[in-house]
Write a protein that binds this ligand. Structure first.
Ligand SMILES: O=C(CO)COP(=O)(O)O
Length: 246
């Protein structure tokens, strides 16, 4: 599975070119599930261009409540209205810059499943945490917050994305072996609760996934796909990463 996270980039004209190029470039490919998570105002455009194609679309965030006086927020059902299959939950940029806590991320995960949207649940350690050698502790805490709220069967309704924060946007991602070790740790921790769920759940990798390193990362046994930032903004690069998935 390969998912593009456009973050806060794009405009109507530019999106149109990118989306149409993706449809064209991936038309004959069925090797993986493909999706793009676009800024909320452009969901209608993603829906219009991608409907009927083999590329799904989704949001990058949503509120955990179904409605209310939350100026500037987007309710889960609003993503449903625009045909979203996915929503990114707990991205490190939202955890860090918007102070989203583990309990909030867990609540969002639960609500997304409830309204029928697959959450792409992000977890990963910061550079300080990595350097302090507490990666597993941090990732376990983030995972457990969701697991304890929805249980293994609930978790199975979503997709996981391990994104070491120090690898995001830096061009210096984790090595395949480094990434594999944490992916395996995550899978083992889920297996402690439910072996079946652990063996079937998709764990994507994110953080400077590029054309040059995608195939190697995706060949690791516990890496089931990629969550791509920068390279998802360039049609040829995103298409190449999608084609590298198997
Ligand atoms: O944050 C990311 C995807 O969610 C990764 O971004 P980059 O691919 O730009 O490092």
């Amino acid at each position: 599975m390969v998912v593009g996270n456009w973050k806060m980039y794009g405009n109507l004209a530019w999106n149109k070119t990118l989306l149409e190029s993706l449809v064209e470039g991936l038309r004959d490919y069925r090797n993986a599930d493909y999706a793009v998570c676009v800024p909320t105002p452009y969901l209608f455009q993603a829906q219009a261009v991608l409907a009927g194609s083999n590329i799904a679309w989704g949001g990058q965030n949503m509120h955990q409540f179904e409605g209310g006086a939350f100026t500037g927020s987007v309710a889960p059902h609003m993503l449903v209205d625009f045909g979203c299959s996915y929503v990114i939950i707990g991205h490190s940029e939202r955890r860090e810059l918007c102070y989203e806590s583990d309990p909030v991320v867990a609540a969002k995960f639960e609500v997304a499943v409830k309204v029928g949207i697959k959450p792409i649940f992000c977890l990963g350690e910061t550079r300080e945490e990595y350097e302090a050698g507490i990666t597993e502790e941090v990732v376990a805490r983030q995972l457990d917050a969701v697991l304890s709220r929805v249980g293994p069967d609930g978790l199975a309704e979503g997709v996981l994305a391990y994104e070491p924060v120090w690898a995001i946007g830096t061009g210096r991602g984790a090595s395949p072996a480094q990434a594999q070790a944490v992916h395996a740790f995550i899978r083992e921790r889920i297996a402690e609760q439910d072996f079946e769920v652990a063996s079937h759940i998709k764990i994507l990798h994110g953080g400077s996934v590029r054309v040059a390193n995608a195939a190697q990362l995706l060949s690791m046994p516990d890496i089931d796909g990629a969550l791509v930032g920068n390279a998802s903004l360039v049609a040829d690069q995103f298409i190449a990463i999608c084609r590298a998935a198997n």
